[in-house]
Ligand binder design. Structure first.
Ligand code: HEM
Length: 280
């Protein structure tokens, strides 16, 4: 089943077809440099947004800049976070206006837009207020967390449906694995690294030695099974680490840490869907 914008909003076809004939799409398309400059702005905004999100959310998880209270990091980073969010949306809309029909037929673009919505809800509704109050979650922030995670799951579902682009979800799995690597402690971290290395090795042997590169009948189910296996291990070890850290000296409950984890991953997913627009 395709969930590209053309399937969800078929009545917009005429408007989209006309987008690169009018301002601002026309001058961007006609210019030799403008599209490239705007795309650089898009990627730089992503770097600013991603950096701010990672610093703030890792602090809420209890790793990274632990010498400073979360509220201090919030004071220093909130301007960068807003600059990144506003910059990526404005540059995205401008390059999108010169590229409308390509986005309209792309399932990855639908995933990216639902991911953007989830990212905005989790960042504005949870990360920023939780960091401002040193890890405390108001009722409003909890509700935003619930809606944000549900929207994030919907974005993943839409990304899974985007054939040819859905391997981009491996970026999200890798990012999740790295965050949990930072968050895990002591023997849990050693067992986690050992288990993950074993899984990666078995996966590589199966997909590179046991089955041939064009044997999709076997490669597809193996890749899918391993993707779910990695997700299960990452979530289980992440949950154990967050529960342990919640009982220790670090501020912030299990719920804050889990939402901060989701708030980083949602931007990774949105960026992965952006990059994989090139494929479908
Ligand atoms: C209104 C919102 C947005 C629109 C309309 C939009 C539109 C676009 C377009 C048209 C491209 C070029 C695709 C291509 O030529 O292959 C692109 C690329 C990309 N976008 Fe967005 N975007 C938006 C928001 C975002 C957000 C929120 C993120 C990340 C969190 C993001 C990450 C990316 C990435 C990583 C690329 C690939 C850049 C490259 O490899 O050159 N975009 N986007």
């Amino acid at each position: 089943m395709s969930l590209a914008p053309q399937d969800l909003f078929p009545h917009l076809a005429g408007w989209v077809a006309n987008l690169d004939d009018v301002f601002p799409g026309r001058p961007i398309k006609d210019s030799v440099y403008l599209f490239a400059v705007l795309e650089v702005g898009h990627v730089l905004s992503l770097a600013v947004l991603g950096g701010a999100s990672i610093l703030l959310n890792l602090r809420l998880i209890g790793v990274g800049l632990k010498d400073e209270p979360a509220s201090e990091i919030h004071r220093n980073m909130r301007g960068w976070m807003w600059a990144g969010v506003i910059g990526i949306i404005i540059t995205g809309l401008l390059i999108g206006s010169a590229n409308g029909e390509r986005l309209y037929t792309s399932g990855a673009f639908s995933a990216k837009m639902v991911g953007l919505l989830a990212g905005l809800i989790l960042t504005i509704g949870v990360t920023l207020p939780a960091a401002r109050s040193d890890g405390q979650l108001s009722l409003g922030a909890r509700l935003a967390g619930l809606v944000g995670v549900a929207t994030f799951l919907l974005a993943i579902y839409v990304f899974l449906a985007a054939k040819l682009s859905n391997p981009g979800l491996w970026h999200v799995i890798t990012a999740g694995a790295l965050i949990v690597l930072f968050a895990a402690r002591g023997r849990t971290r050693i067992a986690y690294v050992g288990g993950m290395m074993a899984l990666v090795a078995i996966h590589q042997v199966l997909t590179h030695i046991v089955y041939k590169a064009d044997d999709y009948a076997h490669l597809d189910p193996v890749n899918k099974a391993f993707a779910w296996g990695f997700v299960a291990v990452i979530l289980a070890v992440g949950a154990v680490s967050a529960i342990r850290a919640g009982k220790g000296e670090q501020e912030g409950s299990f719920v804050v840490k889990a939402l901060a984890f989701a708030a980083i991953l949602v931007w990774v997913m949105t960026a992965a869907a952006g990059r994989w627009l090139a494929f479908a």
